[in-house]
Design a protein around this ligand. Structure first.
Ligand code: ZN
Length: 310
C-alpha cells in the first residue's frame, strides 16, 4: 500500500502537481502517522500499539466529560489535520457526531467499538434503545477496542504490520493481567457488600463483568441532570442497604453526590465518600492514573478499600 502510494507521489511530483502531505506515512523520511483521539483510554491504546510510528494527540484530557465536550475551532483544525481519528462511538462523544460525520478526504474516522458484537453491549432501559458506551470498565471487553486500533493501523500502514501486531500482543497480555488483578481484588469484598454507587451510570459494564450491583445518581449520560426524585430514591437505597461508601468521579461535579451524603445523614445513617474514581477521563499525564492500566487499578483499589473498611 505504501509502495503504491510513494509511486503515485513520484508520478505526481514528476507531473508537477506535488504530493498530498496527508497521505500515508513516508517511511523514507521517518514521518509518523498523525492520529487524533477523543478519550484518554483510546489515546492510551494508540500510544501502546502505535509506538514510535504514530504521533497521537488526545483531545480530552483529565477531568473532561466526553458526553458534554464540544470541539473548539482549534480541535476542529486538529481533527482535520489527522490521518486517522479514533473515537469511542455509541454516542459517547455526542456533541462531536456532526463533525466526525463530516470528516472526509484523507482523514479516516474510526469508532473503536464498531466491530464489537452488539450482543456483548448493554442496553439499559433508561438509555432508550441505545447502547451503553462505557465499555472500558470491562477490561476483557475493552481488548476488542485494542484489536480495532491494531487492525486499522495495520491496514493504513502495511509496512509496519509486524510491529503493530507485536505491540498489540504485549499490551493485550498486560490487560489480561489487569483483568485478573481486578477479579482478585473484587474477591476480597463479601458478595452482599458488592454495591457501587457513583455520580453517573458509567459502571454497568464493571458491574456485569465483576459481579457488582451498580447505581448511578445521574443517567448513563451526564447530559441529564439528577432530579430531586433521583436523590430521594438513591438516598433511601443507601440508608436501607447500609452502603458504607459512595464514590465521586473525576469528570463529574461532586456536588450532587455530596447532597446525597447529606440526605442519607438526615435519615440517621452515615455514608462516606469512598474516594474519587476515574470514570470517563483518566488522571493527569505522568501519574499512574494517567494510563488506562493505572486508572483501572486505582478504581478497583479505591472501591475495595472503601467497601471493606467497615
Ligand atoms: Zn459517562
Amino acid at each position: 500500500m505504501l509502495r503504491i502510494y510513494i509511486s503515485l507521489c513520484l508520478i505526481a511530483i514528476l507531473a508537477g502537481s506535488g504530493c498530498d502531505p496527508k497521505g500515508q506515512p513516508d517511511a523514507a523520511t521517518g514521518d509518523k502517522l498523525r492520529v487524533v483521539t477523543t478519550i484518554g483510554m483510546i489515546t492510551d491504546i494508540v500510544k501502546n500499539v502505535g509506538g514510535e510510528h504514530v504521533e497521537v494527540t488526545g483531545m480530552m484530557g483529565p477531568g473532561v466529560d466526553p458526553h458534554l465536550y464540544k470541539p473548539t475551532p482549534k480541535d476542529v483544525q486538529l481533527l482535520r489535520s489527522a490521518q486517522i481519528i479514533f473515537y469511542n462511538g455509541l454516542h459517547l462523544e455526542s456533541k462531536m457526531s456532526d463533525i466526525l460525520a463530516k470528516m472526509s478526504g484523507d482523514t479516516v474516522a474510526v469508532a473503536v467499538t464498531d466491530d464489537i458484537d452488539r450482543s456483548l453491549l448493554l442496553t439499559p432501559p433508561e438509555y432508550e434503545g441505545l447502547y451503553d458506551p462505557h465499555l472500558w470498565f470491562d477490561v476483557k471487553l475493552w481488548t476488542k477496542a485494542v484489536g480495532k486500533v491494531r487492525d486499522t493501523l495495520r491496514e493504513f500502514d502495511a509496512d509496519n504490520t509486524v510491529l503493530y501486531q507485536s505491540n498489540a500482543e504485549r499490551y493485550l497480555a498486560k490487560l489480561t493481567e489487569l483483568d485478573a488483578y481486578v477479579k482478585a481484588q473484587v474477591a476480597r469484598v463479601p458478595s452482599q457488600q458488592r454495591v457501587l454507587v457513583t455520580a453517573h451510570d458509567a459502571f454497568n459494564y464493571f458491574g456485569k463483568a465483576y459481579g457488582f450491583q451498580v447505581r448511578g445518581l445521574q443517567g448513563i449520560s451526564t447530559a441529564t441532570e439528577a432530579g430531586i426524585a433521583d436523590v430521594q430514591e438513591l438516598t433511601t437505597f443507601i440508608a436501607e442497604r447500609r452502603i458504607p461508601a459512595i464514590f465521586v468521579e473525576s469528570s463529574v461535579s461532586s456536588r450532587s453526590l455530596e447532597a446525597v451524603k447529606a440526605a442519607v445523614r438526615s435519615k440517621g445513617f452515615n455514608v462516606e465518600i469512598g474516594g474519587e474514581l476515574f470514570s470517563d477521563a483518566m488522571g493527569a499525564d505522568g501519574t499512574p492514573e494517567g494510563t488506562y492500566i493505572g486508572m483501572v487499578r486505582h478504581n478497583i483499589d479505591t472501591i475495595v478499600q472503601a467497601l471493606i473498611r467497615k
